[in-house]
Design a protein around this ligand. Structure first.
Ligand SMILES: Nc1ncnc2c1ncn2[C@@H]1O[C@H](COP(=O)(O)OP(=O)(O)OP(=O)(O)O)[C@@H](O)[C@H]1O
Length: 552
């Protein structure tokens, strides 16, 4: 029995009627979870032995939780007037003048969603109104759907299309779904963050929407997390503080030059898809890594904390902002040729085995079972360890300590997949398991480092090199070998010169004393840091990447 027949026959019906769609008569059935319609004529043919395929060709089921809205149909909704059958259509509407239109989510491939309409006609006005009322009643039972949103638009993000994207693609969908939105177009950097921290009356809203790129998302993250801690009297400067999860969800409408957080949580960078995930009230929990220097809070990270290679790329690209997105490529090549390494000590508390490991090839997908196992406080060995003990003492309290020369130290709290690197920095990292994947790339030849980098773009295991190690951790610290004062750090890094391109096992020896940390695209002012993952601190209007694409 098909899913459609099953639902039409087995589940209790809320409504069932014979209605018309494009001159054809359908049996339309609504129950608590689905709305389904099946062509009546075809089903008769099937009972007289005609192929089953003709049934599925003219039968559909959509989930109630993926209905965007239902409304009384306007002239424009009438499919037949658009397709030319004017005279026939006119006669049909005289016979069946009452109609309602259901807007619903349709999957179109590559994780993209679109809003589609289906219009049903009938002769009876009361019946038409009953359908609208009963569907609306079912929609009102979906408590996770937002009714009121606070929207921040960065008008200068990406190609400066944020405002237009919101007005043309998102606002009409919110209106259709009866979602009210208060819109703030930002006037300066950190406008959204500061407004959220202090001014915004958050009790009015069910969620906050960010229209922009990763930098704009980071503003919203910092504003909302800081506001939540302030409201609950939690001191963010304490590295051991257990932060209070944010009650409002965050929606991301991608409109930046880098939209990695959206890509990693929705599977595509498409404003309409994101708007639909917001409308249906999806909820994707997400870990946030808090970064401190001693007892001083620096920043939050949800994707990449990178020292060495990625820190240097970020620092260099900041000086080339005028180049636009091309600056990342140019700085990448320059940093690769510089081939710097940095000395220091990394210490970390490994995660328990039940969260898997970075090389288990288990990808975090919608409904991920690893992320559903949220650790309780009794599962947290790190809370019992002597946090203040450092270095050698750390190894005896469950901490692992690694000293060395590193080309890159990366902590990936999510896969960091993006259209350019579809697997990401750590393909098996999870969005909400309370861990980060700590990737250590030791000093090696340029050629070997290039081999490692290239594996981010193909199917080979980028961790399968003698100079690369990866650990799934809950917290880690980094101490550079040479302490440099803050004054030194703010100076332009010394030019190291370009060495000859190395090959084979040769290594290059050009190095400056310290790199910088890039934290989700922002440079941190300190190199000695402690980073601790706060499990499921925020929730997004997303559902993770769907495994099975069920096209409609
Ligand atoms: N009105 C504004 N004027 C200037 N800067 C702003 C404004 N609103 C937000 N910003 C800042 O612009 C930065 C970049 O924004 P966003 O992430 O939306 O775009 P982007 O093109 O992806 O940027 P990037 O590539 O630098 O990450 C953010 O760090 C944000 O703080």
């Amino acid at each position: 029995m098909t899913r459609l027949s099953e639902m039409m026959e087995k589940q209790p019906r809320l409504l069932s009627s014979k209605l018309f769609q494009r001159h054809r008569q359908f049996e339309v059935v609504l129950n608590r979870s689905d709305l389904a319609w099946k062509e009546i004529e075809k089903s008769r043919q099937r009972s007289s032995g005609i192929s089953r395929e003709s049934e599925t060709a003219h039968s559909h089921a959509i989930q109630v939780c993926e209905i965007v809205a239902v409304r009384k149909s306007e002239e424009d909704d009438r499919d037949d007037t658009k397709t030319g059958g004017q005279k026939k259509a006119k006669q049909h509407y005289q016979l069946y003048p009452h109609a309602f239109t259901v807007s619903y989510v349709r999957r179109t491939g590559q994780h993209r969603w679109r809003c589609s309409d289906v219009t049903f006609h009938c002769a009876n006005q009361a019946l038409c109104e009953e359908w609208i009322q009963v569907i609306n009643e079912q929609l009102s039972l979906l408590a996770s759907r937002p009714k009121s949103l606070l929207v921040y638009i960065n008008p200068y993000g990406g190609k400066r299309r944020g405002k237009r994207i919101y007005e043309q693609k998102v606002a009409p969908l919110f209106r259709r779904a009866s979602i009210s939105a208060d819109v703030i177009v930002t006037e300066r950097a950190n406008h959204a963050r500061d407004h959220l921290k202090t001014e915004a009356n958050l009790d009015k809203y069910d969620g906050v929407v960010c229209v922009g790129g990763d930098g704009m998302f980071s503003e919203i993250l910092h504003g909302l997390v800081t506001r939540t801690q302030t409201d609950h009297g939690v001191d963010q400067n304490q590295p051991d503080a257990e932060l209070v999860p944010c009650s409002l969800r965050i929606g991301i409408i991608p409109a930046g030059s880098t939209d990695c957080i959206c890509f990693a949580t929705v599977g595509t960078n498409d404003p309409v898809t994101s708007a639909l995930h917001i409308i249906v009230g999806d909820s994707q929990p997400m870990d946030v890594c808090s970064v401190h220097h001693n007892d001083f809070f620096l920043r939050y990270s949800v994707s990449l904390l990178g020292y060495g290679f990625y820190g240097d790329v970020q620092t260099d690209s900041e000086r080339k902002r005028w180049l636009g997105p091309a600056r990342y490529d140019l700085s990448g090549v320059k940093t690769f040729l510089s081939h710097n390494y940095y000395e220091g000590t990394v210490s970390f508390l490994p995660a328990e085995d039940d969260v898997g490991n970075p090389r288990d090839k288990l990808q975090c997908r919608s409904g991920c079972h690893v992320c559903q196992h949220k650790p309780s406080s009794k599962d947290k060995p790190w809370e019992m360890s002597e946090e203040k003990e450092k270095s050698d003492k750390e190894s005896s309290s469950g901490w692992s300590v690694i000293r060395g020369k590193f080309i890159a130290i990366n902590a990936a709290s999510m896969s960091c997949a993006c259209p350019r690197s579809p697997k990401g920095l750590s393909p098996s990292a999870h969005l909400a398991d309370g861990t980060t994947d700590l990737i250590l790339v030791r000093k090696c030849s340029r050629f070997d480092f290039l081999r490692h980098l290239l594996r981010h773009t193909n199917k080979e295991d980028q961790f399968d090199h003698s100079f690369v190690e990866v650990h799934r951790v809950r917290t880690f610290r980094f101490q550079p070998r040479h302490q440099v004062s803050l004054g030194d750090l703010s100076e332009t890094p010394k030019k190291t010169g370009f060495g000859p391109i190395c090959s084979g096992q040769m290594t290059c020896n050009y190095s400056k004393a310290q790199s910088s940390w890039t934290c989700d695209g922002e440079i941190l002012p300190h190199t000695a840091i402690q980073a601790s993952v706060q499990c499921q601190l925020i929730r997004l209007f997303a559902r993770g990447i769907e495994e099975q694409q069920q096209l409609q």
